[in-house]
Design a protein around this ligand. Structure first.
Ligand SMILES: Cc1cc2nc3c(=O)[nH]c(=O)nc-3n(C[C@H](O)[C@H](O)[C@H](O)COP(=O)(O)OP(=O)(O)OC[C@H]3O[C@@H](n4cnc5c(N)ncnc54)[C@H](O)[C@@H]3O)c2cc1C
Length: 395
């Protein structure tokens, strides 16, 4: 990142860079397996989270009292960039760290903060997000999972879907309908549910790329203490939207990732045979590479501008949607370009001697579609940009 860093931020970048260099072996040991395999593979990722936590790098923006450093968003962005440059492993507790943790700091009771924040940071408990339902995705407020109060408990019945890490979750933060007679954005409550409670069933969902990174979660008469409500009963929408703000804000960062993908695409085009020469000789490939260069550069500058605002203490605002829309669609175009360069060879999967990158480009291409859907689809981001950035009328 070419962002103009203050002395303090530059020192932080140097510290982080040195730490990743010292942990090269653990990074490679962890990345050698896929956490989705579960068992020992998953535990390697947990050990990585603990190493980050012990180095004070688990959640740098969290206040010191909760195990963070009270660092700025700029330092978080620096960490994100160095993380990418170090090719460090996926963060298995990202939903707890990036979404629930910050939300609990604003809306949680002292007991909830004391109970959950340290366990999230130490990766003792894995968290899932139980928002979407079969008929409530973009229109989340249509959710129907029901919670009925009985004394000091709620009894929960219903179903969630697309629950990332569902198979591994110890806890789920979820939205339930507590007042069906109220208008649909009212009468919703934000609940913390222990996934080991009787009445919870998790069914893995197999994706197009063959992995099962998310699941359906069924609730049958699950009893949840009223003390697990975050915010007020029937006012969960406020808490849910605050959490989504943290989720979309996270998309502000990552130029290093896209620059690296572009570099790999360029290298691929220079060596992949095409006719008498290589793919890079093809004018259409050259045009698309140039376009990708422009797009990644625009993204980098846009992120730097957003960081400048954050460094001045200004809020991210609805332009988080612009960033999310831009990077997710750019990623699809980059992966499509790689596939077009490879031609039919792109479809060769892991283990095939002729496969490029062990079939990784194809897997990336399939997964790229997902980023235009999670945290709000591209169409939903466009609606937000139209209404809240450009000030256009709703209909
Ligand atoms: C990889 C991945 C991980 C996920 N992880 C989780 C998770 O952990 N927990 C969780 O709760 N959910 C998760 N989701 C679900 C995700 O939040 C939803 O898929 C998303 O909100 C869209 O909802 P939907 O799938 O029901 O699609 P729908 O809302 O049914 O949308 C279908 C299509 O209609 C379009 N559309 C809908 N409404 C409008 C509108 N008003 N204007 C214009 N177009 C519209 C959409 O853009 C889309 O193209 C995940 C999704 C993915 C892909």
């Amino acid at each position: 990142m070419n962002f103009e860093l203050s002395g303090e931020d530059a020192a932080f970048r140097d510290e982080v860079r040195a730490w990743f260099a010292d942990h090269r072996e653990q990074i490679e040991h962890t990345r050698a397996v896929d956490w989705e395999a579960g068992g020992e593979a998953f535990e390697r990722y947990r050990a990585w989270e603990r190493a980050l936590f012990e180095a004070g790098l688990g959640a740098v923006t969290w206040p010191v009292e909760y195990g963070g450093r009270g660092a700025s968003m700029v330092q978080q962005a620096i960490l994100n960039e160095e993380y990418t440059l170090a090719d460090a492993p996926n963060r298995i507790n990202r939903l707890g760290l990036g979404l629930l943790g910050p939300t609990l700091m604003v809306y949680g009771t002292p007991e909830q903060k004391a109970r959950h924040l340290p366990r999230i940071l130490a990766c003792d408990e894995i968290w899932c997000q139980g928002y979407s339902e079969p008929n409530a995705g973009s229109d989340l407020a249509s959710l129907r999972t029901r919670a009925v109060r009985e004394g000091d408990e709620f009894v929960v019945n219903g179903q969630k879907i697309w629950t990332s890490l569902g198979r591994f979750g110890d806890w789920i933060f979820t939205l339930v309908r507590t007042d069906p007679a109220a208008p649909k954005h009212k009468g919703i409550t934000f609940l913390l549910v222990d996934m080991h409670s009787p009445g919870i069933e998790v069914r893995p969902l197999i994706q197009i790329d063959g992995s099962a990174r998310f699941a359906e979660v069924f609730f049958t008469d699950v009893r949840v203490p009223v003390a697990n409500v975050v915010g007020r009963v029937d006012d969960g929408w406020t808490v849910a939207m605050a959490l989504l703000g943290f989720e979309r804000g996270g998309g502000l960062y990552g130029p290093a990732l896209f620059n690296r993908i572009l570099r790999d695409v360029v290298e691929l085009s220079r060596r992949e045979p095409r006719g008498e020469g290589v793919a890079a000789d093809d004018p259409d490939v050259r045009r698309r590479v140039a376009q990708s260069y422009i797009e990644t550069r625009v993204y980098e500058l846009t992120v730097q501008r957003a960081l400048t605002r954050l460094a001045r203490g200004e809020a991210p605002g609805p332009e988080a949607s612009l960033n999310k829309l831009y990077w997710s669609e750019m990623k699809v175009r980059l992966d499509e370009l790689a596939l077009d360069i490879l031609g039919p060879r792109a479809e060769l999967g892991p283990g095939s001697p002729q496969a490029e990158n062990d079939g990784g480009w194809y897997g990336d291409y399939l997964y790229a579609r997902a980023s235009t859907i999670f945290a709000g689809t591209s169409e939903v981001q466009k609606n937000i940009i139209a209404q809240r950035v450009l000030g256009l009328p709703r209909e």
